[in-house]
Design a protein around this ligand. Structure first.
Ligand code: GLN
Length: 309
């Protein structure tokens, strides 16, 4: 088995030099200002050893990666009743698409496209003040990452709120079918803010460990979710975690993974490691361009693909 730290260092060195960096997200003005030269990677193995490279300790906007954690929270609150509000099928459409909502009576295809994540946020926000729900999401992230300093980047949240016409349309459309139940502006406020949580690769890889270890955080022994639920969240990450790039990600990387337009990806090697990469430049589907390539290198070198060598 190759030395993990050496492999991670090699990958970080290669990624720092590559000229093809993708395009940073422009539709959220605050994200358009991030330097596309940045690259970070953190891998935490089953024994809790961290192998890190590049800008692994620089915070970035986790964006849609937060949807893995809001899904975990919403399932903890209402269990399988969640599936009356959101489906479990890949969408084959861009992350912010509205087309399927009309045909499917306002029920989004899966919890990771924007419409689905807004419906999930609505479940968490239901009956609470936005500030309380947001506090709960943030505390969950802090406890998983074992770092109380994690915060929300208010400038990113405000930037997205100001320009979030598409998400506002999705939320209103779902509200018209009763799929969003609470006040649309409350639900969207919580959604924009949880997308704007800022974390480092190291913090994110730490937070994702329960998914790699049958629902249990090996650092504390604390069961975050039952093993069956962790398995199912991983299945959704594999099939839907990269929107209409999910097939390509499974083909090349072979791990459950969730991307965000901030350029981060959280990937899970079951029983082996929790992995976070960050490279702000995106591909055409809105997934991190170099992040995916780095993960492809890593799974190949470590033989970590869930599909075999
Ligand atoms: N906050 C972003 C949005 O709603 C999340 C999208 C993403 O990361 N793919 O557009």
């Amino acid at each position: 088995m190759p030395d993990l730290q050496a492999v991670v260092q090699e990958i970080a060195a290669e990624m720092a030099q590559r000229p093809d960096r993708g395009e940073v997200a422009h539709y959220i003005p605050e994200l358009a200002r991030v330097d596309p030269q940045l690259f970070g990677i953190a891998v935490i193995d089953a024994d809790g050893r961290a192998a890190v490279g590049g800008d692994a300790d620089v915070p970035f906007s986790i964006q849609s990666i937060s949807k893995v954690f809001t899904l975990t929270l919403a399932l903890g609150m209402i269990g399988d009743r969640l599936w009356q509000r959101v489906g479990r099928e890949p969408s084959g459409n861009p992350f912010n698409s509205i087309v399927q909502l009309e045909r499917e009576r306002g029920v989004p295809r899966n919890p990771f496209i924007n419409a689905g994540a807004i419906a999930v946020t609505d479940v968490i926000a239901s009956g609470h003040q936005p500030r309380e729900s947001l506090g709960e999401i943030l505390r969950f992230m802090q406890s998983l990452a074992r770092d109380p300093t994690i915060t929300i980047d208010g400038a990113v949240a405000a930037s997205e709120k100001r320009t979030g016409f598409r998400n506002t349309a999705l939320a209103n459309y779902m509200k018209s079918f009763g799929v969003v139940e609470g006040p649309v502006d409350y639900t969207l406020g919580v959604y924009f803010h949880h997308c704007a949580i800022a974390m480092t690769c190291r913090q994110l890889a730490t937070a994702g460990r329960y998914l790699a270890h049958s629902g249990r955080d090996p650092a504390t022994g604390y069961s975050v979710v039952p093993a069956e639920r962790a398995k199912r969240i991983n299945a959704l990450m594999l099939t839907c975690g990269h929107y209409d790039g999910s097939g390509e990600f499974a083909y090349r990387v072979g791990l459950p993974g969730k991307s965000g337009v901030g350029g981060g990806i959280l990937a899970v090697a079951p029983g082996k490691a929790s992995i976070a990469v960050w490279a702000p430049g995106l591909d055409a589907a809105g997934n991190s361009h170099l992040g995916r390539i780095a993960l492809e290198r890593l799974t190949k070198r470590m033989s970590w693909s869930i599909f075999g060598d």
